[in-house]
Design a protein around this ligand. Structure first.
Ligand code: BGC
Length: 419
């Protein structure tokens, strides 16, 4: 938090007076990181709906799952006093940008579109700064999913696992049968995505919140956390040796084409299955990540809107915000993206069994206190603490000389230093 302000505060003044005169009237420049097959098909829906209203879309795509690269590029654009009209910014980062005075007030659009009544409060609170809307939510992704290729399981003669113990038994059999048990890409955010699933399953929702939302030091240093790190490391042997640097969608593709049996990944992975013409419940299975049935790690994509001086561009920006919350966009986008609509009262008719399961699980988990924000996807904490956790998790996963006990101590220290 502190670091963020230190880094950007000096440029706030120059940004606040920056104009958007260099772009054509009625144009919105949109920064996002949706570049995989399923993601590109999804964002094309928004572009299309905006262009149909006579506005133009200037694409500002920065490849890189999880959005770390996109955020770096966004900061440098803001530093030069030239942020885009809209940027994919999530979770607590929205507040950080709003605190710098760079975001525009979307209250008139929100009021007209009845957003307060159409969004769960847990979502609308994140989209507001000082009670005013500065961002618009796109979807709800569930992160704690296990994606599986049933054919591979059939060939290996085992069932799809529900716990980490079952996972090891199944993975051993799959390996023996000549397949890769776990498709994974060796990138910090993917390691963190796998790690948080293990932590949620083994620790439970309260433990998860204490570790990744309130950062309780005793929880971070607990024997339970040591066990979680050990189980996490135990998954390493089920990943192939070429995983370093692999993109998440390439890993998903290994499950799609039957080279690998499973992937632990948020339901943007479903977007890849769908883009490949695969059917949920037939060609692929979606199950809660081992040990997390009844729990829901949420990840909400959203666009924050920056202040613009050009009136026509501001109109186009408002049209973009309005369109995002409309049923037509919420349905088509989420069918492609693998997520579920964030707008309440949408028909489920066109959604598949995985989306149905996600919608049911969201409601059930909200009622039982098992709805938790994703650490790996910027929902639970600041980007500084998230980065500190990423570093420890990824170093531990890739370095055999580090013990689980050492890693846990480092975790607590790193989180404390970033607070
Ligand atoms: C985003 C998703 C995106 C995924 C992979 C996540 O952090 O929320 O929308 O598909 O990263 O790029």
């Amino acid at each position: 938090m502190k670091n963020f302000k230190k880094y950007l505060a000096p440029i706030v003044l120059s940004c606040a007076t920056a104009t958007a005169t260099s772009v054509q009237a009625g144009e919105v420049e949109v920064l996002h990181w949706w570049t995989s097959g399923g993601e590109a098909a999804s964002v094309a829906v928004l572009k299309d709906l905006l262009e149909k209203q006579g506005h133009s879309w200037k694409d500002f795509a920065v490849a890189g799952g999880g959005g770390e690269s996109a955020m770096t590029v966004l900061k440098s654009r803001a530093v030069s006093g030239n942020p885009p009209a809209a940027a994919q910014i999530k979770g607590l980062d929205i507040q950080e940008w709003a605190d710098l005075g760079l975001l525009t007030n979307l209250d008139p659009v929100a009021k007209q579109g009845n957003w307060d009544n159409l969004l769960p409060k847990v979502v609308s609170d994140v989209m507001k700064s000082d009670g005013h809307y500065v961002a618009v939510p796109v979807n709800v992704h569930r992160v704690n999913w296990l994606w599986a290729n049933p054919e591979v399981f059939k060939k290996a003669g085992v069932g799809i696992p529900n716990s980490w113990e079952e996972f090891s038994t199944a993975a051993d059999a799959i390996q023996k049968a000549g397949f890769i048990p776990l498709a994974h890409g060796g990138q910090a955010w993917q390691d963190a995505t796998l790690f948080e699933a293990v932590a949620l399953g083994m620790g439970g929702s309260d433990f998860y919140r204490k570790a990744f939302v309130t950062h309780d030091m005793d929880t971070l240093k607990s024997p339970k956390m040591v066990d979680i790190f050990k189980t996490f490391k135990g998954l390493r042997k089920y990943i192939d040796k070429d995983s370093a640097g692999r993109d998440w969608n390439i890993a998903t593709n290994m499950v799609i084409n039957g080279k690998a049996a499973m992937q632990v990944m948020g339901d943007w992975a479903k977007g890849e299955f769908v883009a490949a013409g695969k059917k949920a419940g037939v060609d692929f299975a979606c199950l809660p990540a081992p040990g997390t049935s009844g729990q829901y790690t949420f990840n909400i994509d959203s666009f924050a809107m920056f202040k613009l001086n050009d009136a026509e561009n501001a109109k186009a920006q408002n049209a973009l915000a309005k369109t995002i919350m409309e049923p037509a966009f919420q349905e088509t986008f989420n069918l492609n993206k693998g997520s579920i609509p964030v707008r309440s009262g949408m028909s489920r008719e066109k959604f598949d069994s995985c989306a149905d399961a996600s919608m049911d699980a969201f409601n059930a988990a909200a009622a039982t206190g098992d709805l938790v924000p994703s650490m790996a996807h910027g929902m639970s904490t600041t980007s500084y603490i998230q980065g500190a956790i990423y570093d420890v998790v990824t170093n531990f996963f890739n370095d055999d000389s580090l013990s689980a006990e050492d890693a846990v101590n480092r975790l607590a220290q790193a989180v404390k230093a970033a607070m």
